[in-house]
Design a protein around this ligand. Structure first.
Ligand SMILES: N[C@@H](CCC(=O)N[C@@H](CS)C(=O)NCC(=O)O)C(=O)O
Length: 207
């Protein structure tokens, strides 16, 4: 049994970032699904792992780490110190910019837009709110589109910033975002998909 445990749900794009990173790093882990629909993440045992009551949470030999981008930095430092976290101080600065941009801006709009579009009953959807999320999310995507017009990856080389933004953007169309107008993002997605150990958000089921 692996000493790394990931509390997660396949449909979570924040959890997917961690699954992608662990797969890129060829690191084994145990996936423990958390039943959000039945409020498992609000129970006392889970709040001991993450007092904020959200997935994903990584538990390393009993030590819990929460917030997806904090988990990425933890994993990068532990398993790939010279690889997915740049040594070069300027590149490190660039990677951190995009990780913070992801959690403060991109995630703030893309995640609720997808949640509302995919999981809310139609009659409960506030269209003004949803359209505002899509408008602000599209603006954030265009900031990335512009950056990727001059860079193959966020820092030049594949790093945790790519994993974080890729995981968040992966299901963006399910949130009603039109990705067809963002060709640089599309090309970058293909480059991420050709990295060793790449996995999709939803594992393919054998037929
Ligand atoms: N900023 C957090 C966001 C985590 C988050 O919002 N997780 C969602 C699933 S993707 C969740 O647990 N939602 C349950 C809730 O908020 O009640 C991160 O990056 O890890």
């Amino acid at each position: 049994m692996s000493k790394l445990k990931l509390y997660d749900l396949i449909e979570s794009q924040n959890g997917y970032k961690i699954r992608l990173a662990l797969s890129n790093l060829k690191t084994n882990y145990e996936l423990i699904p958390v039943d959000l629909m039945n409020g498992e993440h609000r129970k006392e045992w889970f709040l001991k792992l993450n007092p904020n009551g959200k997935i994903p949470v990584l538990v390393d030999n009993g030590f819990p780490v929460w917030e997806s981008n904090a988990i990425l930095l933890y994993l990068g430092r532990k398993y790939a110190p010279n690889n997915l976290i740049p040594q070069d101080i300027k590149k490190l600065g660039i990677m951190l910019e995009w990780l913070f941009f992801e959690s403060s801006t991109l995630q703030k709009f893309l995640q609720p837009a997808r949640f509302i579009t995919k999981f809310f009953p139609k009659e409960k959807v506030n269209l003004d709110e949803l359209n505002k999320l899509r408008k602000d999310g599209t603006r954030a995507l265009k900031v990335i589109e512009e950056h990727l017009s001059k860079n193959n990856f966020f820092t030049g080389d594949y790093s945790m910033a790519d994993i974080s933004c890729y995981g968040q953007i992966y299901p963006a169309e399910e949130g009603g975002f039109d990705m067809s107008q963002l060709p640089n993002i599309k090309s970058w997605q293909k480059r991420v998909e050709s990295q060793p150990g790449y996995v999709e958000m939803r594992p393919k089921v054998a037929v």
